[in-house]
Design a protein around this ligand. Structure first.
Ligand code: GLU
Length: 420
């Protein structure tokens, strides 16, 4: 049986890359595990007057290149090892896209679909309060992730600001609402960065028979923040979005789906399923559809040893974190299926988080075009650095991205010297 523990997977990916990095073995050894794991248990009063105890985590993997940075996830399947993997992926991601942050991640085990807004706010405030000074504008800066959003970030900011009066606390968290220190383009940034990578891959001739986005048939798994905007941007570029899914089911249409209309349908009915003119397919069938570009934009372990052989896409762009296992990576690489790895493909989110943080520190608000141009430039540069290195070494792009990232973190660690 394949080991699907995300932290073990992150460690396997790291180990594969180290042979392409010339760094001190002791320094490399310090990058395998997180610097700090915080686990908190906290009671919350629910709407019916009962008390429920929740478990939350904040894992700080590495801060050699800058303050810890990474999102907070609310999901029933959150576990310590998942958050440890996600934190490590943030370290490598910030290094791949070259923003001056380290890597961290948070998570609370809960089912947001069964929580009221008041309950979510209470969970968020209590979790933030108990993290205390382990987060802070120059220490560790949270952001949205699965089932958290700008409202959640507003509550984190407010909680931190109430307990740290008298300073500019806006940069304590990114992904905030526009009216409260948010940045233009942050909400769409993960998807925008992912689609920039897809465009560059097409321009590099990596997708057989596809010369521009307008030739591409695209499948998007997951219709949350990353997936819904990725589908929209692909559609705006002229692509045919032939398949979409959310946690409740999957749909397809050979003629193409209009992501905006699907989103409106989901807002009305709670799911993409039943969208007029589409036919329902199983989650398995969606992943295996004949298409040019597959964008996994949901959770980990979606492309595994079990189904990798049945993936028909020519290019996989990982908007999600950790969607492909190492065994699946091997199979895809042997079959010549290109994978734009998560630590590159979804790095647009944290890139615009960095821009938001800079704007907050400078008390400025940049125009949307400024943010978009900066994001494009950064993503394009990172994309070609990774694929050039992969081509040079004849290795898969994930290993190449890791090697560049690990090298950057190891170098800075050596430069600073080990404390004391
Ligand atoms: N949660 C997002 C990610 O996985 C964004 C992190 C951030 O902006 O700090 O990359």
């Amino acid at each position: 049986m394949e080991d699907l523990n995300p932290f073990h997977i992150a460690q396997t990916q790291f180990a594969r890359a180290t042979q392409f990095v010339s760094a001190d073995a002791g320094i490399l050894g310090s990058l395998i595990r997180p610097f700090r794991v915080t686990r908190i248990e906290f009671p919350v009063e629910m709407d019916d007057g009962t008390y429920q105890v929740f478990t939350g985590f904040r894992v700080q993997h590495n801060n050699a290149r800058g303050p810890y940075k990474g999102g907070i996830r609310f999901h029933p399947d959150v576990s310590e090892d998942e958050v440890k993997a996600l934190a490590a992926w943030m370290t490598w991601k910030t290094a791949v896209v070259e923003v001056p942050f380290g890597g961290a991640k948070g998570g609370v085990i809960c089912d947001p679909k069964r929580l009221s807004v008041r309950e979510k706010r209470a969970i968020t405030r209590r979790y933030t309060m108990q993290l205390g000074n382990t987060i802070g504008p120059t220490v560790d800066i949270p952001a949205p992730d699965v089932y958290t959003d700008a409202s959640t970030m507003a509550w984190i900011f407010d909680t931190y600001d109430m307990t740290h009066p008298g300073s500019n606390n806006l940069p304590v968290v990114t992904g905030k609402p526009m009216e409260l220190g948010g940045s233009h383009g942050r909400e769409t940034a993960t998807a925008r960065g992912c689609i920039v990578c897809v465009e560059e891959a097409i321009a590099r001739g990596m997708v057989d028979g596809v010369k521009t986005m307008a030739d591409a048939r695209v499948v998007v798994q997951g219709f949350g923040n990353a997936g819904s905007f990725a589908a929209q941007f692909a559609h705006d570029g002229g692509a045919k979005v032939i398949g979409l899914s959310d946690s409740r089911g999957a749909i397809m249409s050979a003629a193409g789906l209009d992501p905006k209309a699907v989103l409106a349908h989901k807002q009305d009915t709670g799911s993409v399923v039943g969208f007029p003119g589409s036919s329902q397919v199983s989650a398995t069938e969606l992943m295996e559809l004949e298409c040019d570009v597959l964008i996994p934009a949901a959770l980990e372990n979606q492309i595994t040893a079990e189904n990798a052989g049945r993936i028909h896409a020519k290019l996989i762009a990982e908007a999600a974190n950790g969607p492909t296992t190492p065994a699946a990576d091997d199979q895809l690489f042997q079959r010549g299926v290109h994978v734009i790895p998560d630590i590159l493909a979804n790095g647009g989110g944290v890139t615009v988080s960095y821009y938001e943080w800079v704007q907050n520190i400078q008390d400025e608000q940049w125009e949307p075009e400024v943010v978009d141009a900066k994001l494009r430039k950064k993503m394009t540069r990172a994309f070609h650095a990774v694929f050039n290195f992969a081509a040079e070494k004849s290795i898969d792009a994930r290993t190449a991205a890791y090697a560049l990232a690990v090298d950057r973190v190891a170098r800075v660690t050596a430069m600073r010297g080990i404390w004391p």
